[in-house]
Design a protein around this ligand. Structure first.
Ligand SMILES: [Zn+2]
Length: 304
């Protein structure tokens, strides 16, 4: 294969937004990995007032530090567990507002050949109007239920049930008759998300999304491909970060661009095709949009 060069790697005077803007323009395909840092940039954090204002009773009882600790907590009863999770689903899915950075990202990708893989299970991509066929929710969805024993490869929408649980809970307990059990085996149901052993229920829809993702890779892996990582930390690097780095290592045409405030160690093998932008995602995407509008204006002036 011919060596493909990236102009962005030879332009050291550009701002962070200038570099991302240029990389987007030069790429023939863009694969985007989105992690918790992108949600946090839009204020959808797991700590702070968003957490403390939604769960004051639970925090008083269990002294939780953040919503992550809470979401893996070993509850005494299912009544209490669902009192927590119904509010959790409401906060992170049903009532989560539109995220500005997601709107920007959608605008920046308009007309481009792209695909997204995300470890976030919230509603951010849906309400920002992304084409669902281009977004692969690899770690599950908060608005879906699965059998905790995985006896059947089905996922069920939980939103109507969560609403009832929120309305009817009292002293951090939902009534017995709202607790969901599997219709096939009788085991308790749980939210569709990957557990500590990397397991979750993957239904037909999930497999179809996975196929669309793999098709995109097959069709574009030999093109000039930008692997853009937005806010992926080290919670589960095997999902996005490590595969992105491996793909970059294996493909001389790929450019790996990671946007993250934290300095994670990078593999030596890809140092020459790696760009780390230590930027706030919200500000960066806003600046890239301005940059793109400016470039368009300049092109228009030259052509007319
Ligand atoms: Zn079951």
């Amino acid at each position: 294969m011919n060596e493909i060069s990236w102009n962005v790697l030879n332009n050291n005077n550009l701002t962070a937004a200038g570099r991302l803007s240029m990389a987007l323009d030069e790429a023939d395909a863009v694969l985007i990995g989105v992690g918790a840092g992108m949600a946090a940039a839009d204020g959808f954090t797991y700590a702070g007032p968003r957490f403390t204002e939604s769960f004051p009773d639970f925090i008083e009882k269990y002294c939780w530090l953040d919503m992550f600790q809470a979401s893996v907590f070993d509850f005494e009863t299912l009544n209490e567990e669902w009192a927590f999770f119904s509010r959790f689903v409401d906060l992170n899915y049903m009532s989560q507002p539109l995220g500005e950075s997601y709107v920007r990202l959608n605008e920046l990708l308009e007309g481009k050949n792209y695909h997204i893989i995300t470890s976030n299970a919230d509603n951010a991509f849906e309400i920002a109007g992304f084409n669902p066929d281009r977004v692969f929710d690899v770690q599950g969805k908060y608005n879906l239920l699965q059998c905790s024993q995985g006896c059947t490869q089905k996922r069920y929408n939980n939103e109507a049930l969560m609403k009832k649980m929120i309305e009817q809970q009292n002293s951090m307990r939902v009534p017995d008759d709202l607790i969901p059990y599997c219709g096939e085996c009788g085991a308790p149901m749980e939210l569709n998300r990957r557990n500590h052993t990397d397991w979750m229920v993957e239904d037909e829809k999930f497999c179809l999304d996975q196929k669309l993702f793999n098709n995109f890779l097959d069709e574009n892996i030999n093109k000039k491909i930008l692997l853009l990582e937005l806010g992926c930390g080290y919670m589960a690097p095997q999902v996005i970060k490590h595969p992105f780095q491996k793909m970059t290592e294996n493909r001389s045409n790929a450019l790996y661009m990671t946007v993250n405030l934290k300095d994670y160690s990078m593999p030596h093998e890809i140092r020459d095709r790696l760009v780390w932008l230590q930027e706030d995602i919200k500000k960066l995407l806003s600046d890239v949009e301005k940059e793109q509008q400016f470039t368009k204006m300049k092109t228009y002036e030259t052509e007319h």
